[in-house]
Write a protein that binds this ligand. Structure first.
Ligand SMILES: NC(=O)c1ccc[n+]([C@@H]2O[C@H](COP(=O)([O-])OP(=O)(O)OC[C@H]3O[C@@H](n4cnc5c(N)ncnc54)[C@H](OP(=O)(O)O)[C@@H]3O)[C@@H](O)[C@H]2O)c1
Length: 205
């Protein structure tokens, strides 16, 4: 639901847009990228590690992927988005958001969905010092919270269900068991040791 409303309503996706998504191999990001592909966009994902980047391109059909752990994000964006970005769907904040700001096209939209790189920061949250690009490119940056769209969840579920039925949309779940495993499971969100949507199954006594 977060992906659906974030990219379509807040990102105001249009056919032919160049879409950049961070946290791209995660629950939200992987759906964002696939919806953008369905809508006829060029999609570039950012994820940590070769395996996740290969998964984005070879399994989910992204046009390109950037491994932020081994590549310089600024030169990788220049290489993969030579004409700039129309929509940046941000799940991570920090330096990746700052880099994306340098590649905006005119009237670009940035969807602020999350900032996972900043959640556990023990120092000041890193702000986007390149924000002047918003001015120069007449761009917008808007936060979103999925609950605001609750009344339209059924419509979104119907559409996404149809895409899944047609084989256009894939949802991956990574399921762990037992409430006693909550801490190490939760930590997987931050170290990236997970695939798709992370779920902890609580077993009955
Ligand atoms: N606004 C809303 O309504 C709403 C609703 C749900 C979720 N969210 C937000 O959306 C984002 C994605 O949520 P999700 O449930 O789909 O999680 P997720 O993307 O499935 O999991 C988190 C991923 O973040 C990446 N990550 C962790 N630390 C990072 C860092 N320092 N820099 C870059 N990437 C990092 C890891 O992937 P790598 O291995 O690629 O590093 C990890 O797998 C989160 O920020 C979450 O808070 C917002």
């Amino acid at each position: 639901m977060t992906a659906y409303f974030g990219i379509l309503e807040v990102g105001k996706l249009k056919e032919g847009d160049v879409v950049l998504v961070s946290g791209a191999a995660g629950a939200v990001g992987s759906i964002v990228g696939q919806i953008a592909e369905i809508k006829g966009c060029r999609v570039v994902g950012i994820a940590g590690g070769k395996e996740k980047c290969d998964y984005l391109v070879n399994t989910l059909g992204f046009d390109a992927a950037i491994d932020y752990k081994s590549e310089n994000i600024y030169s990788a964006l220049k290489a993969n988005c030579p004409k700039g970005i129309d929509v940046y769907f941000d799940n991570v904040g920090g330096e990746i958001l700052n880099a994306a700001l340098t590649k905006l096209r005119m009237h670009a939209r940035i969807v602020i969905c999350g900032a996972i790189s900043q959640y556990n920061s023990t120092t000041k949250v890193q702000g986007p010092s390149n924000y002047m690009s918003l001015l120069v490119k007449r761009a917008s940056m808007q936060g979103m919270v999925v609950m605001d769209y609750a009344k339209d969840y059924a419509t979104a579920a119907k559409q996404m269900g149809q895409w899944m039925y047609e084989g256009k949309l894939t949802s991956t779940e990574d399921i762990y068991e037992g409430i006693e495993n909550f801490p190490e499971t939760f930590y997987r969100l931050f170290n990236g040791d997970k695939r798709g949507k992370l779920i902890l199954k609580v077993l009955e006594e």
